[in-house]
Write a protein that binds this ligand. Structure first.
Ligand code: GYE
Length: 326
């Protein structure tokens, strides 16, 4: 039944009152045949402002789309996500969506979903599975491009610099797609200027606390640092505290470029503590719900759907802040 009902939703023909009478054929549905699509969503965790906004977007848009959402928070642990996905399979949800904490190690559980004929949508982070039939589609950002934009900004900004440009890089969670890709995109772009060197690069797990802790240690080991590249705003904001505690001025003594553009990051940018932010949009919910309806309906969708994103200078942040939703 679920297939026919969701087709009706897509066509805009659904009359809520008619729903109750749509029982009968249980199809590949969730077992409760109220005609509603049930989605199991295995979230990474609550590590950053980006993640909080992403979770809110998913929960709100599921509600708006009339999709029943089963939501779990894996606290940044792959084994928790695998457990959650297995439980969604056991509950016979109509569609599974998840944001894989790291890229590797998903083939087995994705095969289990496929065998159970439950379509899977990757949101935000990708997997490195060779067999792309294990998921329907990926929706999210081009992280390599984000890293490249950060690097290109630094190359441009360093044109006037006389001496060496010594960069500390705070990486996202080791093995996560955005950590791998933001690192490689950045590395590629800074090749354009031999003055620019990454003097230290370490995992800050995408959190403010870890960003602060790692920056404290790296600053001691590399007092010559004059640039910080953080793979997200939160680590950058933690690092700002470490920089200030070391008696240096963030944004001036140490220039800072980050990725995300969440409100706290944009505020620091507008105050001159960050120099440049590459945007990464967390508002994937509406598109995800749309795709869920399509794949449950058996429709073919594009294999990789990329979000459009911009960048912000300090001036642009000041202008954009009042309208910023997250
Ligand atoms: O940039 C970071 C979060 O996967 C794109 O995860 C996401 C990243 C985001 O923790 O803040």
């Amino acid at each position: 039944m679920i297939r026919r009902v969701s087709a009706a939703i897509a066509a805009g023909l659904l009359v809520a009152a008619g729903l109750a009478g749509c029982g009968g054929d249980s199809g590949s549905g969730s077992g409760n045949d109220d005609g509603k699509i049930t989605m199991g969503f295995a979230q990474v965790g609550a590590e950053s402002g980006w993640r909080t906004a992403n979770t809110k977007s998913i929960q709100e848009s599921a509600k708006a789309a009339g999709i029943e959402l089963k939501f779990s928070d894996a606290q940044q642990k792959q084994e928790n996500q695998i457990k959650a996905i297995r439980s969604y399979i056991a509950q016979k949800v109509d569609v599974i969506a998840f944001s894989p904490v790291i890229e590797s190690g998903w083939d087995q559980v994705l095969k289990e979903a496929k065998d159970a004929e439950i379509p899977v949508i990757l949101t935000d982070r990708a997997v490195d599975s060779k067999d792309t039939s294990l998921y329907e589609t990926f929706i999210g950002s081009d992280f390599v491009l984000e890293g490249k934009k950060a690097g290109e900004w630094l190359v441009e900004d360093s044109k006037a610099a006389k001496g060496p440009v010594n960069v500390i890089q705070l990486e996202g969670t080791t093995g996560a797609a955005p950590a791998n890709d933001r690192k490689s995109g950045f590395a590629d772009a800074i090749k354009a200027d031999p003055k620019i060197k990454v003097v230290a690069s370490q995992d800050g797990d995408f959190t403010r606390a870890k960003g602060k802790e790692v920056m404290e240690a790296l600053l001691k080991a590399h007092p010559e640092t004059n640039v910080l590249y953080a793979h997200n705003d939160d680590m950058g904001l933690g690092a700002i505290e470490a920089i200030e505690a070391a008696g240096k001025k963030p944004g001036v003594d140490i220039k800072i470029v980050t990725v995300d553009a969440v409100k706290d990051g944009m505020t620091a940018l507008s105050e001159g503590k960050i120099n440049f932010i590459v945007e990464c949009s967390p508002l994937l919910g509406p598109q995800l719900m749309d795709l869920a309806k399509q794949v449950v309906d058996g429709k073919k969708v594009e294999k990789r759907i990329l979000t459009e994103e911009t960048t912000f200078t300090q001036e642009q942040a000041k202008a954009a802040l009042p309208e910023r939703k997250y």
